[in-house]
Design a binder for this molecule. Structure first.
Ligand code: HAM
Length: 438
């Protein structure tokens, strides 16, 4: 791309709503990854990775045609090499179910699975809402009882505690079974048709496609109307009510507070019975950090043998933002233990050898490399050494090399400097590091 006026090459930016992960934020993400690995191990969940691109039908059928995601947010395209209709995954669940069916994973019994990775939705970007974002999710497939609903919720609660998140609330609801929803839907349509003049444009459309989603509307002018609408909970039969009561009971036994939100319907079409979200007021408009529920109809809908399942997923960007707001991001870890300074030529050769020996001994070492390929003053190298967070600098100048020595400088404690024999440099660094950590 060229700027037509002065024929200079212009820079090319990232796609709107898709962010780079910069080095300054990398440690926080790595910390989160670490906690998630420990969490999933603690509960016996196994890792499953699916491709980022799937056949479009996976989400059309899985997430549902009448959802915002499928209607207007998917990055879908035709593979021009073979004409296949493909989609960048907007969520993980439908893809996990596709993989479970394709690989016969629950043939021998239920499975607990987890995944993490980028998801893509063409939404209007704002704080906490991106077009490429990252989810961590868990899916428990083949379990029918309320115990697993409770287990996955407990995992969430443990995670928020582990991450030091403040002000996270659990909201829960039951969507019952298809026939119960059909009766409720009929009552809803009758109700909203009686008040059609008060419906906004979006809701008028939803009245025909997915009237349940009207309850999800954030339009303040429709809140009174929604408040008076028939409640799904009043249409649930005995078995659904029993399941819902059992989940609440198990949560109570584990001291997990939750609020029943009869308006919680979720934006994806595969749910039945228990649905839930974790929300916070600390992140502005995008306050839902995670959500999920039971999706018993999905496996059969995707072409597998009918089996119950449930799970949830969290937005990793939102959780990291909430960690920041809660003041619970971990302190940054230094880039290295030792920073090596030299003056080029023979001193560089010696420094390279020592740096390799240090790494052989498990000591993280950064070797100064001058940007211009020449040499640089010790003063400017020392600034870099300080900024790296290294505990020690190891300095080899021509004078030191003549004496077969290096200078070992303490950067964080006393600032003392001592001459060490080159042959003993690794041992000297180990002793110094051990000494400074005692
Ligand atoms: P979801 O509610 O669509 O559910 O997404 C889960 C979480 O992903 C949200 O609570 C939010 O934190 C995050 N998220 C969604 N869209 C964005 C966005 N544009 N930018 C940043 N974060 C976002 C699902 O995806 C289901 N698959 C969850 C599930 C798993 N249900 C059962 N198993």
């Amino acid at each position: 791309m060229t700027d037509s006026k002065n024929n200079k090459l212009t820079k090319i930016n990232a796609v709107r709503g898709m962010n780079d992960l910069l080095p300054a934020d990398a440690q926080a993400w790595q910390h989160l990854d670490h906690v998630l690995q420990d969490l999933t191990r603690a509960y016996g969940y196994e890792y499953l990775r699916t491709p980022i691109v799937e056949m479009t039908a996976v989400f059309q059928r899985g997430v549902g045609e009448a959802t915002d995601i499928v209607e207007k947010e998917m990055y879908s395209f035709e593979d021009r090499l073979n004409g296949e209709q493909l989609t960048l995954r907007p969520e993980g669940t439908a893809a996990i179910v596709r993989a479970v069916i394709e690989n016969n994973l629950i043939y021998e019994g239920p499975k607990r699975l987890w995944y993490t990775g980028p998801m893509f939705r063409h939404e209007r970007p704002q704080r906490g809402r991106y077009r490429q974002f990252h989810q961590f999710g868990i899916e428990a497939l083949g379990f029918a009882g309320p115990d697993i609903d409770a287990e996955i919720i407990l995992m969430g609660q443990r995670l928020w505690d582990e991450l030091g998140l403040k002000g996270v609330r659990l909201e829960i609801n039951s969507l019952g079974q298809a026939d119960e929803r059909a009766q409720h839907r009929a009552a809803l349509v009758t109700y909203f048709e009686q008040h059609k003049d008060k419906l906004d444009e979006d809701s008028q459309r939803r009245l025909l496609t997915n009237p349940l989603r009207i309850l999800d509307s954030k339009n303040p002018e429709m809140q009174a109307l929604i408040e008076g609408a028939p409640k799904l909970l009043d249409f649930l039969g005995e078995a659904s009510l029993k399941h819902f009561a059992a989940v609440q009971d198990l949560l109570k036994a584990n001291n997990i507070p939750c609020k029943i939100n009869p308006r919680l319907v979720r934006g994806l079409d595969y749910y039945n019975l228990t649905v839930f979200e974790w929300v916070t007021d600390e992140l502005g408009a995008q306050g839902t950090i995670a959500g999920g529920g039971r999706y018993d109809p999905l496996i059969e809908r995707m072409g597998g043998k009918a089996a119950p399942a449930c799970g949830w997923a969290m937005g990793m960007e939102r959780v990291l933002e909430l960690m920041k707001v809660s003041g619970s991001l971990p302190e940054s870890i230094p880039q290295c233990d030792v920073y090596m300074l030299h003056q080029g030529g023979e001193t560089l050769k010696a420094a390279l050898v020592i740096a390799e020996r240090l790494r052989n001994a498990g000591i993280d070492t950064i070797l100064f490399c001058p940007p211009d390929g020449e040499s640089a003053s010790f003063k400017s190298q020392m600034k870099k050494a300080d900024a790296s967070g290294a505990a020690y600098a190891l300095i080899i100048g021509p004078d030191e090399l003549n004496k077969n020595e290096a200078q070992l400088k303490d950067l964080r404690g006393t600032g003392e400097q001592q001459a060490v024999a080159l042959e003993q440099a690794v041992e000297a660094v180990i002793n110094a590091l051990v000494g400074s950590s005692e």
